[in-house]
Design a protein around this ligand. Sequence first.
Ligand code: MN
Length: 383
Amino acid sequence: MKKVSILGSTGSIGVNTLNVIRELKDEFKVTGLTTNKNIDLLEKQILEFQPEIAVVGDEDKAELLRKRLPSGIHCNVLSGEKGLLEAASKGDYDILVAALVGFAGLKPTIEGLKRKKRIALANKETLVVAGEIINNLARKRNSEIIPVDSEHSAIFQALVGESKESIFKIILTASGGPFRSATLEELENATVEQALNHPNWKMGNKVTIDSATMMNKGLEIIEAYWLFGLPPERIEVVVHPQSIVHSLVEFVDGSIKAQLSLPDMKLPIQYALTYPKRLRNNFVETNLPEIQNLTFYEPDYKKFRTIKLAYQALEAGGTAPCILNAANEIAVEKFLTNEIKFLEIPKIISEALERIPYERVKDIETIYECDRKTRGFINKIFT
Ligand code: MN
């Protein structure tokens, strides 16, 4: 039995990871669960899966949860960033599912990597801001990073048995999000409700807004760069509205491999847990005649500026992707609270990339400093 600790167990990836484990009870045991604020759901998860450790972002809520748990349940409830780090650095697990949202996922993921564990990585921001540090650490400590992001899982699966020299390019598919066929004018007036209405995937708010701006694909380009080690010009994006082909690899002989299925995050999550094995499940049945059409076309880079901004940050290197990510996180928050309009998201990111000087990444402190600086810079614009 493999022991699994899930950072971010009440989010969309966390809940789906538990759905997978519930079906594969003989293979996996849950030893750690964490939430930022959702103690009601965490309580249910603790009662069902009986982990050794649970972490709540807020200490008051952690205390409330401790009082609510029945005496027969032996679960050590910790709190705050300190608790998260302790769960990652001392908890008993074979696989760490890194499913926290945004920059917050970085430190605990690093703790997991230091311990030669398998990291099932759903937190793409970790690689975006600190790809080089993460890769060096994984190499040095011999820990595995298996992508959970559906596109990167597809590429990872297509690359099983292939050598790096055989790869010509990677083609990331993008659904195009809710505004795929919207006009620039419609984007100008896009509401939060429209942006949260993703046609194919049910996900958390941050990644859903990122899908609407297509910054999600921008972040995934950078994520792919660090996971698969190809130069930016060999990482392409193609819009594929059906979300059946989850991504493709083109090899030097012209052959292309793709991974297909109905969109369901349980598949890439399960693969990250069971790799290199595949196990039977009852999650999806992909009926090709029912799907009928698979279509592909070029993204509209004028409508979705974020993709070019991500390439720009990747080419610039150093702290540029960290600036891109921090600016995006703040802009998305401000859009969700109606402080800014939809098209101001790329504007803010572009301005941050233009005005904040890039630095070489010496260590993790450089990343923290850059994240702080960028957030400060943007908050100043709005005060
Ligand atoms: Mn994805």
